[in-house]
Every structure is written in structure tokens, then in C-alpha cells.
Design a protein around this ligand. Structure first.
Ligand SMILES: Cc1cc2nc3c(=O)[nH]c(=O)nc-3n(C[C@H](O)[C@H](O)[C@H](O)COP(=O)(O)O)c2cc1C
Length: 424
């Protein structure tokens, strides 16, 4: 994996006017102590001429920042804090699908293990970052409790325009196994949609993330790869079978980093784009897996940090270069600054979902007021060297974007343009 250079498109420093950097630095300092004006989107438009509205699953969201599925989106209280902080969307913890009798094909994933350790990690490039270690898996409450969480989250979020996204792990056949547990797909999707609608919006399609965590260990490599590609091409149809009209749900596949080379990551991306039944969007790319890494007696755990974003950006650069059009996608993986978020945007991502950066020790954030989500957003937008404001202005300059306002959306998928311009 370390045989390719990091494909960063942005230079070390933003090329912007000094006055802008000073203005941002003043706000950074001021808002760290006193919080910021509400709604922030209006302030950004007025003060910095930037429009941060974005898209998730093809639907409009007020800004591109989301909470990624995990331990930080398991309770109504956590959702309320994120809504208050002003996130564009929140992906709830992954629930394990079940059939009408309560049976769960992926029961092994419903394991309670809440202890997490947030620790520094150094990537192969020498860059330092953070990773969260833990042994747990999916939602360990009952399915009914999860449906209640969806309803509560919808109610909390609806007035503030934060999109709520359920996440689910459904049955996946192993190698040599026959058939799919279609009843589980139908039953689960129908109930998720019902809860999502009764808690808030009864008309819009429900976005849904399908989490994959492969359990094919021990099988031969080629057989594993074939099976994974078949999953990716089958799952969207099965999820849609649970609703009256396919358009009621927007199916997103959360592609994972398999234990293979970059070529196979490209094969997965191609498989969903060439499928007869493609998903509506995808999320890229879930954490790396190190079979040797240990945590509390378990050998082989997932990790993140700089290697994760290096790999994701490298793969998505190659995929974006070979595609004329891509499905909408949401980026995940070591997003800790506005700058790195824009690296993903240039490769086509129209929203950014974070877990680790919302969970750092308090001393890592400059803001002293607000909850952790607010403190993280403060860095993501206002950091004078790494924040979204200065880097959007930088991109507006080098990409010659319209500037009244500068629209985040105009940067999406512009990697090719940037390379051409710089070679002019
Ligand atoms: C403690 C922890 C729990 C997670 N649980 C889930 C999960 O239930 N479902 C899922 O799709 N992703 C899960 N993830 C992956 C995150 O949603 C996210 O995609 C990944 O951590 C990369 O983003 P980050 O680098 O900002 O952490 C989890 C990650 C962590 C660290």
C-alpha cells in the first residue's frame, strides 16, 4: 500500500490575499471564546461570500458536514447536540437487520463493546493523525429501540434542517452459501422507512446507508473478491424490495477498504457504477483493517488516520479520472480540516462525514465554548491555514470559479480541471 505517493492536489499554503487570512484569523480567535453567529451559513455568505450548501444522496443539505455512523450517534441526546451545532446531516449507528420473527442473520455484529481509545497514529508518509481503537460492532439494543431513535432524531432535527440517515447491516451470504435472506431485507427496510416518516418528513425519500463489514476471512482471495462484487450488485435491489416504490428510499452503499490492493477498490467502484441496479449514492471509504494491530487482547482491528485518507484519495483520484460521470458520493476517512475535505470534494464528494475528529481530546480544539461538534466545526471552517474558508477562496482563484458567491458545489469533481489549469 505504501508504493504510491500521496496524491494531494492542494499546495501547502493557500494562495489568497493576506487580508482574508487576517480576517479569518480574527474570527477564529473571537469565535473560539464567544461562539459564532447563528445561522452560520448566513454569516459565511455575508462576510466571506461563500455558499456552503451541499448535497447528500442527491438531496440538498445546508452544509456539507455530517456525523459518520458510530458510537457518537446512538442516542437522541447526541443527535440533539449535533443538530444544535448545526450539522448538515447525522448518520445513526448501524443497526443489524432482522426478519419478522426477530431473527438476525448478522447477529454476531450486534455485540456490546463501548470502550474506545482515541490515540495518535503516524501514517506511512510520516504524517501524524488520530485513530479510534475499539472492538465493538453494530447497534446492540433492540430493533424497536433503534426505530424509536429514528423517530426521536427526526423530530429533533426536522425544524433545524439537519438530515437524519439510518444505517443498516443486512444479511450477506458467505462463500459457498446459497441465497439471500430476502425477508430480512424487506421487513427491515419497511420498518426503517415507517419510523423515518412518522418521526418527521412524510414525503421525501429516506436516505439509507448500507454498512458492509466483510466476514469472509479464511476464504481464498479470488473467491472473496467475486463474492464482494456480487454483494455490491445485489444489495440495492433487495433493499428496495421493502418499499412500495423504489423512489421512497435512497440507497447508499458504504464501500469499505478490503484487504486487497487498490485495483480491487477500483473494481468495487466500477461494479456499483456498471450494475443493472446501482445504488443511488455511495460512501467512501470505511476504515483500514490491520490483521496484526492489537487492542485489548484482540488481534486484527480497524484503524484510520493519514493512511486511510491517503488511500481513499489515491483510489478516488484514479476512479474520477476514468469516469465521465459518477454517482453522488459522501466522503469519510480522516477528515480533520476544511482542506482535506476539499481534497475529497475535488474528486467528486459532495458531503463529508466524520467520526474521529468529533472525538479528539478537548485540548486538540482551540474553541473553549460549545460542544465537541461545535469545537470541531470551528476548526473545519475557521482555521486560518487549514480551514474551509481560506481553501474555498484558494480554489475559486485557481479554478476561476464564479465568486458572487463562491459555491462549495462548484468545486465538486473538479480535480481534472485543477490539474489541467496548473499545467497551462
Ligand atoms: C468507534 C467507531 C465506531 C464505528 N461504527 C460504525 C458503524 O456502526 N457503522 C458504520 O458504517 N461505520 C462505523 N464506523 C466508521 C465511521 O462511520 C467512519 O466512516 C470512519 O471512522 C472514518 O471516518 P473518521 O476517519 O472520521 O473516523 C465507526 C468508526 C469508529 C471509530
Amino acid at each position: 500500500m505504501g508504493d504510491h505517493p500521496t496524491p494531494e492536489l492542494l499546495p501547502a499554503q493557500p494562495q489568497v490575499e493576506r487580508a482574508l487570512v487576517e480576517e479569518v484569523a480574527n474570527d477564529y480567535q473571537e469565535f473560539a471564546e464567544n461562539g459564532w453567529p447563528d445561522p452560520l451559513e448566513d454569516y459565511l455568505a455575508e462576510r466571506y461570500r461563500i455558499d456552503v450548501s451541499a448535497e447528500y444522496a442527491g438531496a440538498p443539505i445546508k452544509n456539507p458536514w455530517g456525523k459518520a455512523s458510530g458510537q457518537l450517534s446512538m442516542t437522541a441526546r447526541q443527535v440533539a447536540e449535533d443538530v444544535q451545532a448545526g450539522l448538515g446531516f447525522v448518520v445513526l449507528k448501524t443497526v443489524i437487520a432482522e426478519d419478522e420473527s426477530g431473527g438476525r442473520a448478522m447477529q454476531d455484529w450486534a455485540v456490546q463493546e463501548s470502550r474506545m481509545v482515541v490515540e495518535p497514529i503516524t501514517g506511512q508518509s510520516g504524517t501524524r493523525g488520530w485513530t479510534v481503537s475499539w472492538k465493538g460492532r453494530g447497534w446492540w439494543g433492540t430493533f424497536d429501540e433503534y426505530l424509536q431513535l429514528i423517530r426521536d432524531a427526526q423530530q429533533i432535527a426536522s425544524s433545524e434542517g439537519t438530515l437524519i440517515v439510518p444505517s443498516c447491516k443486512y444479511h450477506l451470504p458467505g462463500i459457498g452459501e446459497n441465497g439471500w435472506n430476502e425477508a430480512e431485507y424487506r421487513h427491515t427496510t419497511a420498518l426503517l422507512l415507517n419510523a423515518w416518516r412518522s418521526g418527521g418528513d412524510a414525503v421525501s425519500p429516506m436516505p439509507l446507508e448500507k454498512d458492509f463489514s466483510p466476514t469472509l476471512a479464511g476464504s481464498e482471495r479470488a473467491a472473496q473478491q467475486k463474492q464482494i462484487l456480487q454483494w455490491l450488485q445485489t444489495v440495492p435491489r433487495l433493499i428496495r424490495s421493502g418499499v412500495d416504490e423504489a423512489a421512497q428510499v435512497r440507497v447508499g452503499l458504504k464501500l469499505f477498504n478490503a484487504l486487497f490492493d487498490d485495483q480491487f477498490q477500483l473494481d468495487m467502484l466500477r461494479a456499483i457504477h456498471e450494475s443493472d441496479q446501482p445504488p443511488d449514492f455511495f460512501i467512501y471509504g470505511n476504515r483500514l483493517f490491520d490483521p496484526e494491530r492489537e487492542f485489548e487482547g484482540t488481534r486484527g482491528i480497524a484503524y484510520g488516520g493519514p493512511d486511510l485518507s491517503d488511500r481513499n484519495l489515491r483510489v478516488m483520484s484514479r476512479f474520477a479520472a476514468e469516469q465521465d460521470s459518477m454517482l453522488p458520493w459522501s466522503a469519510t476517512g480522516n477528515i480533520h480540516s476544511g482542506k482535506i475535505a476539499l481534497e475529497y470534494a475535488l474528486r467528486g464528494a459532495s458531503s463529508f462525514q466524520l467520526h474521529t475528529f468529533f472525538q479528539l481530546p478537548g485540548s486538540e480544539y482551540t474553541a473553549v465554548v460549545g460542544n465537541k461538534t461545535q469545537k470541531a466545526l470551528h476548526e473545519l471552517y475557521f482555521h486560518p491555514q487549514q480551514g474551509l474558508i481560506v481553501w474555498l477562496h484558494h480554489l475559486a482563484g485557481v479554478l476561476r470559479l464564479p465568486t458572487k458567491p463562491i459555491r462549495l458545489k462548484d468545486t465538486v469533481g473538479k480535480a481534472g480541471q485543477l490539474v489541467i489549469d496548473e499545467n497551462d
